[in-house]
Design a protein around this ligand. Structure first.
Ligand code: F3S
Length: 384
């Protein structure tokens, strides 16, 4: 409660308001370590429990197939203890950064307490729900108390755009959406809300890529897309001061520079798809692209998704199809929050701008990255 009221004071919140949903980051042992483990186990011992429908972010490994990934026993033991402690606190072991695809989907206008920046950007922008960009610890506090301070993106006035983004290049791939998001996030001030023109008919999966990258390179927690996202469509999207305070023009050269910046290596040991975690449609697309093709043993192709989407994809035969090609599908984790640098992988090719940004940073440059389109990732994996 102290943490929430202190945050509220800093954000000049009038009061705390009740929430019914939370998403808790800080699950991977790689990113959270022993202090988080100790805190969670001591909270669990005290018998406190979440008052909201609360879900966990990805862990540092596939909780069942971790040894096949090359994860050490000691890491696995501590990772299991973290997930168990969260479960004792009543936080569901969904282990995904796309909780909105796994039963924790806020309604338009609903106030929630989400951490995981890509999920915050998605629920604010694509679903029209309302969340501030919480850290793992304050999202956990909000889940245990069942309240958040009423401030920031929960208020109408802060949801209005201030920067007009004019994109005049033709977005050709999912990686292009990520590159565009990365460029926007990098060039915006904290608390800015972009209104993006010229995106045509991006799918929800493509907006998921855009939002994840803009939240990684900057602090974007909410964006509006002309004619597409709910608040832009409903006309509630008037500029804060009646007109944009700034215009960001994006052309192909800007996007080419992002690819260059996010490609620190031209070789790869692993091709990784699924940041943010793959939706069912994305898994279906991968299975179709690999149908009757063979994935080489080096570089390997790994796909990451949530346990919920994995089960449905398995039921529909997509997982079998992907595995038949020689690729693999893992759940609960991803290429960024698993200790990729400890399992002999020194370079990763990915279609995710967010992953390409974080991989070198979270491995102290022991693993490099390369941003490629989905089609190029598949071609590289199959040697075609
Ligand atoms: Fe999710 Fe991992 Fe990317 S947590 S957004 S897949 S970095």
């Amino acid at each position: 409660m102290k943490l929430l009221t202190t945050l509220g004071d800093l954000g000049e919140a009038e009061k705390l308001v009740p929430i019914r949903r939370s998403q808790i980051a800080g699950v991977s042992y790689k990113t959270s370590g022993d202090p988080t483990l100790d805190l969670l186990e001591s909270l669990a011992e005290e018998g406190v429990s979440a008052k909201t429908h609360a879900t966990q972010n990805p862990a540092g490994m596939d909780l069942e197939r971790w040894s096949e990934m090359g994860i050490r026993q000691e890491f696995a033991d501590k990772q299991h203890r973290i997930c168990t402690a969260y479960e004792k606190l009543g936080i569901i072991a969904s282990c995904t950064c796309t909780p909105y695809l796994s039963g924790n989907k806020p309604q338009p206008g609903e106030i929630v307490g989400f951490s995981e920046s890509s999920a915050v950007a998605y629920v604010n922008s694509v679903l029209g729900a309302r969340s501030n960009r919480h850290g793992g610890l304050d999202a956990l506090s909000a889940a245990l108390i069942g309240k958040v301070p009423l401030m920031g993106y929960l208020l109408d006035k802060n949801r209005r755009p201030d920067v007009l983004v004019k994109s005049d290049f033709r977005v050709r791939s999912d990686a292009d959406y990520g590159a565009l998001g990365y460029h926007i996030g990098k060039n915006l001030n904290m608390d800015s809300v972009p209104y993006i023109e010229g995106l045509g008919h991006a799918s929800r999966d493509e907006l998921k890529m855009l939002g994840a990258a803009s939240a990684a390179s900057g602090s974007t927690a909410l964006f509006h897309v002309q004619g597409l996202t709910p608040e832009a469509k409903s006309g509630h999207c008037l500029f804060r001061q009646g007109r944009p305070t700034e215009t960001l023009n994006v052309d192909r050269r800007d996007i080419a520079r992002v690819y260059e910046e996010l490609s620190s290596s031209m070789r790869c040991d692993l091709i990784a798809l699924g940041c943010p975690h793959c939706s069912l449609n994305e898994i279906k697309r991968i299975s179709k692209a690999l149908q009757s093709r063979t994935v080489r043993s080096a570089p390997r192709l790994w796909v990451f998704t949530s346990p919920k989407v994995y089960s449905e994809a398995d039921r529909r035969g997509y997982v079998r199809e992907i595995k038949a090609s020689g690729a693999d599908v893992f759940k609960h984790t991803c290429m960024v929050v698993m200790p990729i640098e400890e399992i002999g992988i020194t370079s990763v090719a990915t279609n995710s701008a967010k992953a390409a940004f974080y991989i070198p940073r979270t491995t102290q440059n022991r693993c490099q990255a390369q941003l490629l389109s989905f089609e190029r990732c598949i071609a590289l994996a199959t040697g075609s």
